[in-house]
Write a protein that binds this ligand. Structure first.
Ligand code: GDP
Length: 330
C-alpha cells in the first residue's frame, strides 16, 4: 500500500485529494497545525486519515511528521493562498509558501530521496499574458503571492536537477463548494444564497471584468496524482482552456437560480445585486488567465469533467442548502 503525506489537507484541494487517494487504496497522512476544528470537509473520511502535527514554518515539526508518515509521495498543498493577504503579509507568505517547500525538499533529499514531491504551483506565477498559457510562457508574477509561488517552483526545478522526483502543477483557478469564502466565486455563490433567503444587502465586489479559467477542484486533484505516477518528473499546466469574467460568473449564478425554480427570489439583474467597491480592486491585477492544458491531456490523459455552467450550478446549489432554513420560513 502506497503512503501519501498531504500538507494543507484541511483545505479544499487537500480534502478532495485525500478522498481520491483513499479511493485508490493509499494510506493517507495529513499534516495539520492544530486539532481538527478546521477539518470540516474531511469529516466523511476522518477515521481513515492519519493526522500528524506540523507547521510549514518549522523544520523540526516537518521532520518529525515526515519520519512518522515515511511517505512514498508528498503533496504540498499548504500555503497562504489569497493574493490580497500576500500584500498585507508578504514575508509570512514567503516563509510559508517558499520556506515550507525548501524545508520539505531538504528533508526528502536528506532522509528518503525516493519520495516523490508534488508542489502546488499556480497560474498567478505567469502574470499578465495574452492568450492561452502552456508550460513555456515567461513567468512574470505581479503580487507577493505570485512571486512566492514562482520561487517555490524554481526550488522544485533545482531539486529535480539533483534527482529528486519533484514536480510543479501549474494549476489555474479551481473552485468547488469547499472553496474559501474570500475567493470571488464562493463569495458570489454565498451571497446569492443569502439574497434568496431575503437579505438584499448589495454584494460588494472589485473588478468585474477580470477573467479567470475556472475549473472544478475535484478534477484537478486527479492531475496532481497523475503527475507523480509519470515515468519522469515534469511540470504541467492544468486548466479548462476557457476563461470567463467575474461578470459572466454573476450572470451564470442568476441563470442557475432561474433554472432551480427561484426566479422570484433571485436578484433581477447584476446592477440590482452588485456594487463595485474600490477596496476590492487590486494592485497588480491580472486581467485574464487562461490555460492551454494540451500537454497534460496528451501525456497524463487528464481531462476536466465539469464545465463552467456545471461548476456554477454545483456551487449555487451547495450554498442554497446551507441557508435553506430562512428560505423556507414564511
Ligand atoms: P485569484 O485569481 O487567485 O486572485 O482568485 P480570486 O477568486 O481571489 O480572484 C479572482 C478575480 O476576481 C481577481 O481578478 C479579482 O480581482 C476579481 N475580484 C473582483 N471582485 C473580487 C472580490 O470581491 N473578491 C475577490 N477575491 N476577488 C475579486
Amino acid at each position: 500500500m502506497k503512503k501519501a503525506l498531504i500538507t494543507g489537507i484541511s483545505g479544499q484541494d487537500g480534502s478532495y485529494l485525500a478522498e481520491y487517494l483513499l479511493g485508490l487504496g493509499y494510506e493517507v497522512w495529513g499534516l495539520v497545525r492544530r486539532e481538527p476544528a478546521s477539518i470540516r470537509w474531511l469529516e466523511p473520511v476522518r477515521q481513515r486519515v492519519e493526522f500528524v502535527y506540523g507547521d510549514m514554518r518549522d523544520a523540526e515539526s516537518l521532520g518529525v511528521a515526515f519520519q512518522k508518515a515515511w511517505p512514498d509521495e508528498v503533496y504540498n498543498l499548504a500555503g497562504q493562498v489569497f493574493v490580497p493577504t500576500s500584500w498585507e503579509f508578504p514575508s509570512e507568505t514567503f516563509d510559508i509558501n517558499v520556506g515550507g517547500v525548501a524545508r520539505l525538499l531538504q528533508i526528502i533529499e536528506r532522509t528518503k530521496p525516493d519520495t516523490r514531491f508534488y508542489q502546488a504551483s499556480s497560474s498567478e506565477m505567469v502574470g499578465n499574458f495574452d492568450g492561452a498559457m502552456d508550460e513555456r510562457v515567461p513567468l512574470r508574477p505581479t503580487s507577493p503571492y505570485g512571486v512566492s509561488k514562482l520561487a517555490a517552483h524554481r526550488l522544485v526545478e533545482v531539486y529535480r536537477a539533483r534527482k529528486v522526483f519533484a514536480v510543479g502543477g501549474i494549476l489555474f483557478n479551481h473552485e468547488s463548494p469547499r472553496r474559501g469564502p474570500e475567493m470571488v466565486t464562493r463569495k458570489i455563490t454565498r451571497a446569492a444564497a443569502t439574497w434568496v433567503a431575503g437579505d438584499h444587502t448589495p454584494l460588494r465586489l472589485g473588478n468585474l471584468d477580470a477573467r479567470r479559467d475556472w475549473g472544478f477542484a475535484g478534477d484537478y486533484v486527479r492531475a496532481m496524482h497523475a503527475m507523480l505516477q509519470a515515468a519522469a518528473p515534469n511540470d504541467y499546466v492544468i486548466g479548462t482552456g476557457v476563461s470567463h469574467s467575474v461578470r459572466d460568473f454573476l450572470q451564470e449564478v442568476i441563470t442557475s437560480l432561474h433554472e432551480l425554480g427561484l426566479r422570484d427570489r433571485a436578484p433581477r439583474s447584476i446592477e440590482e445585486w452588485v456594487q463595485v467597491d474600490p477596496r476590492f480592486l487590486r494592485t497588480g491585477e491580472i486581467h485574464d488567465l487562461r490555460a492551454d492544458p494540451s500537454r497534460a491531456k496528451k501525456e497524463l490523459s487528464w481531462h476536466p469533467t465539469v464545465n463552467f455552467k456545471e461548476l456554477v450550478r454545483m456551487m449555487v446549489k451547495a450554498d442554497l442548502e446551507v441557508v435553506t432554513e430562512p428560505v423556507t420560513r414564511p
